[in-house]
Design a protein around this ligand. Structure first.
Ligand code: NAD
Ligand code: MN
Length: 361
């Protein structure tokens, strides 16, 4: 029995997770994969009902699950609430990432020829673009305990001390090299070792790990230049590995390659090893809760459908089913069935049903 914990979250999160579950259910039924799904609230919805962003029961359910499917969390009404504890206690999704130690955030993005006109790119620049940003998900400035807003010398100061241990840097680099081996054999590590000590250590450790993967073409790149090169010549990158902060920004940039942020999937894994005791992986679209379109039934479900495709690959060991879902999405886009963010007028439900039908064809 494959056990999934589904957490819609806030805004359009529950809408896209409903689409993802429908697809997961259909493909598992067709393949004879026994599936059990448990649903729960996360972040804002959990706060309203239980006064916490993530219940202990939810953490326990995530630990007991084989995979967790998340929509998105957050909204301005919850942004200024501070509860006791570290950064992970202020955000339901960050709590789950921390508890499951899902430090490797895989964020693939590719060019879809039929959506090329929605991108800022000329066709010859976009052609063949297929990038994976590997974002460190459980450390750095986003997770530091040394943070705050305080009075110092008669004025307010804000600080978030970014700190990375060499073990944390090494494990995300290993994941980067292993991903590069599964793909086109190229890895770029983005940091700012020219001005910051954290990144000087990052570059040193990256160089040490690189020595163990002579078959992978490796390069160090300063993160600002990496952002520039990624925008300018997206097709020349394969895997880009970066810390939590730069990885967040670089992966949103790739939304421009795919035509919409709503197209991007992600997986948060506890590394890429085949460790049987590995905690559940988290699958989620890259986008947020999109309050501007929530409740209208028009959210693009593709980021979540492709996250389910990644679940088939990384948690069920079925790359064939991953390819089948990706092919079905491509077919539906080519047929012109698209949500408004990618220039169409279809609803989330229409796109979802068409993708499911295409997986059967
Ligand atoms: P966002 O990703 O929610 O939205 C950015 C823009 O993209 C909006 O115009 C939105 O309508 C559009 N968009 C996003 N997803 C879409 C989809 N599936 N279909 C169609 N259009 C889509 O980012 P934001 O507006 O900066 O943030 C809104 C809230 O989401 C904030 O509270 C933020 O903290 C939260 N957020 C959560 C996550 C997460 O849970 N992983 C990630 C990013 C932002
Ligand atoms: Mn982001």
């Amino acid at each position: 029995m494959f056990k999934v914990l589904a957490l819609g979250g806030d805004g359009i999160g529950p809408e896209v997770v409903a689409s993802g579950l429908k697809l997961l259910d259909a493909v598992c039924a067709a393949e004879g994969i026994a599936l059990s799904v448990e649903e729960d609230l996360l972040h804002g919805q959990a706060w309203e009902l239980y006064g916490t962003f993530c219940r202990e029961e939810t953490v326990a359910a995530a630990r007991a699950a084989d995979a967790v499917l998340v929509g998105a969390v957050g909204g301005p009404q919850w942004d200024n609430i501070r509860v006791p504890g570290g950064a992970e206690m202020q955000d339901g999704l960050m709590r789950l990432r921390k508890e499951l130690d899902s430090y490797a955030g895989l964020r693939p993005a590719r060019a879809w020829p039929v959506l090329g006109h929605l991108t800022p790119y000329r066709p010859e620049v976009l052609a063949g673009a297929d990038v994976m940003v590997l974002r460190e998900m459980s450390g750095g400035a986003f997770f530091t305990d040394q943070r705050g807003i305080e009075q110092r010398d008669g004025r307010r100061v804000g600080f978030d001390l970014s700190l990375y241990g060499e073990d944390e840097i090494a494990r995300i680099l290993h994941a980067g090299f292993q991903l590069a081996r599964r793909r086109r054999g190229r890895l770029c590590s983005a940091e700012k070792s020219n001005v910051m000590e954290t990144y000087r250590l990052w570059r040193n450790v990256a160089g040490e790990v690189a020595a163990q993967y002579p078959d992978v073409a490796f390069e160090h790149m300063l993160a600002d230049n990496c952002a520039y090169q990624l925008v300018r010549r997206p097709a020349e990158f394969d895997v880009i590995v970066a810390d939590n902060l730069f990885g967040d920004i670089l992966s949103d940039i790739t939304g421009a390659i795919a035509g919409s942020l709503g197209m991007l999937p992600s997986a948060c894994l506890h590394g890429l090893g085949g460790d049987a005791e590995r905690p559940a992986a988290i699958y989620e679209p890259v986008h947020g809760t999109a309050p501007d379109i929530a409740g209208q039934g028009i959210a693009n479900p593709v980021g979540t459908l492709l996250s389910v495709a990644m679940l088939f690959d990384y948690s069920l060991g079925r790359p064939d089913l991953c390819r089948r879902v990706e092919g079905a999405v491509a077919q539906v886009l080519e047929a012109g069935l698209r949500t408004p963010d990618i220039g169409g007028s279809a609803t989330s439900a229409q796109v979802t049903d068409a993708v499911i039908a295409a997986t059967r064809a």
